[in-house]
Design a protein around this ligand. Sequence first.
Ligand code: NAP
Ligand code: ZN
Length: 367
Amino acid sequence: MLNFYMPVRLYGGKSCFEKHREEIASFGKSCLLVTGASSAKKSGAFEEVTGILNSLDIAWSLYDGVRENPTVASCMEAGKIAAEKNVSFILGIGGGSPLDAAKAVSVFAANPSLDETAFYKKEWDNNPLPILLVGTTAGTGSEVTDVSVLTDSKKKKHSIHDPRMYAKLSFCDPAYTMSLPLPVTLSTGIDVLAHAAESYFSKKANEISRAFSVRSISLLYRPLEKAASGEELSFDEREALFEAAILGGLAICVTGTCFPHNVGYYLTETYHVPHGIACATFLEDFLKHVKTVDAKYSEEFYDRIRIDENSLTELIRKVLPQSDIRMTPEKIKKALPRWENNGSVNNTLGTVHLEDIQAYLSEKFVY
Ligand code: NAP
Ligand code: ZN
């Protein structure tokens, strides 16, 4: 059954932020920039964005305390700063971490006394401030989702989604991704593949999401292959990766993700594995699982993406680095309850039992 909603006004291409300066000005006279430690500056986005804000007479303050797998606490801190300064909008610059953080900051800015529990329960008295996003990785698709993935005070990653957290404007300038180091290109690129594939085999997939998934993988395959061989990517290839990332984001707007994402969170929380690599660790298991559930649907997937199963598996293996993670069977057993009645696990086509997850983890990490 069809269903699709995505209200973000998206602009892509070189210098897209500058080209839409008038629209940016319509969000008010002051903003809080939300960034990571250095990516906004390394990518060139910070200089261009602040130059344009200055020329538009928009006052800006900077919160650059977002770290990978951002914490709710850091978003609260930034939200309080935004409230004190009485800014009119929040502008996130960076990869998924600063963009996801910017969404939560906009909630805390409008509700500065909100605590973590009330935040997750969405007991927000006031609507979040308008959110503008400037992406610097081509991966999460956070630019077009209403999802924010944050680490709570118990150091657990949770995604929260709410239509009030959609950005008003998102900018996808591939020039900002030219500075990505190879490991980040690979991790963010394989995250795109995980989004598109998980979405395709989600119980919630429909013709719209499948079309996004298929095109995303078609755009992604060659540049990611090239990057996995250690070759530099051109602007056009970076642009294709960014487009693939956005299409992947649109696919998960409809369906959400499946078990590789949630099991991947465990690797990130416990062993600090980068998000995309963590999720892709279980992608081959996932593709095998869905094939056993519905061989015809799986065959149709490879036909539609025009990549055969072996080549896709080879790409996943090529991107995944050697892992030196070791787990004991007891440790795995202890972790299992977190996947009981888990949304992403239940979203996967067929049935994924806790014993299946136990087997995936054991095969890889118990020696
Ligand atoms: P990220 O965590 O935002 O960034 C990874 C690393 O790359 C950081 O060290 C960052 O530096 C650096 N970096 C970013 N852009 C750069 C550039 N242009 N040049 C040089 N370095 C750059 O990575 P991400 O994979 O984009 O985001 C991952 C997060 O998004 C995870 O928390 C994940 O759970 C979440 N996620 C969200 C969604 C969604 O729909 N909202 C979907 C999937 C995943 P800085 O630290 O300086 O920024
Ligand atoms: Zn992801």
